[in-house]
Design a protein around this ligand. Sequence first.
Ligand code: ASP
Length: 314
Amino acid sequence: MTTAAHAQEKTDWKLVIHGGAGVIERDRLTAEQEKEIRAALDLALQTGSRILAAGGDSLDAVEATVKVLENDPHFNAGRGAVFTYDGANEMDAAIMDGENREAGAVAGITATKNPISVARAVMEDSPHVMLSGAGADQFSREQGLEQAPPEYFATPERRRQLEEMKAKKISWFDVDLKYGTVGAVALDSEGHVAAATSTGGLTGKRWDRIGDSPIIGAGTYADDRACAVSATGSGEYFIRAGVAHEICARIRMKGDTAKAAADAVMAEVKELGGSGGVIVVSPKGEATWSFNTPGMYRGQASAEGRTVAIFGDE
Ligand code: ASP
């Protein structure tokens, strides 16, 4: 085969990211915040794009992309994770490889700088799919992953949000109705998809509550036969609707386009009373999102370039 013919067989790579969905409207963000968030989303896209453009793996791309967002305090993941009711930061993350449907997830971890990397280590270096709490923290240390003290994750703005919630005696559903989970889905030039999601969960969560993000099939799923999905929103509803797997199932068994599948499942979430959004890529090269909130921090990249968006009308 000539090099040119071989090159044509390569798939066009795609990367889609989110940084959370919710009541994100123009009058709720300062010009400065908006600029910083757009720059952070673009930096994340650049990071993953570099890997994919060089022929790298979708799995490596989604992990590297999510790490950038975890490191940025604007998002509810890693540094800048929301506080639990008891004033701690407890994080959830999941990653999945569409080529072989291998998956790894962690819930309620407290000390790893990049939670998504523990999820990957669970997938690759343990016989399990999901670890939680103190055991997951111990596994992370044993894997030699970079640890960080509680002060690293805690930011004044997130503490203020917890205090506001407690003062107003409102539930986490009402805390400015913004979900800041981060996620990435990618299609690489070999035609494989992968998904990654990372979050601090919901402000004021109690009783070791776990959301949809680390639950394979709810907030995160990847299957080369269908698509890769990462979700953000009111996790309880996403778990009940089995959102990420349901989108893949519609594509695989019903022949839906990625957009039609995502819209249909987000409509189901809304019917149940939930809100949020999803990002999706498929091995066919579809790259899309769907959300039922006023805005979603999001972006996509391909060989053609990068775009980021925040508000629903963009
Ligand atoms: N889905 C996440 C959870 O319920 C929250 C978010 O998207 O910000 O834990």
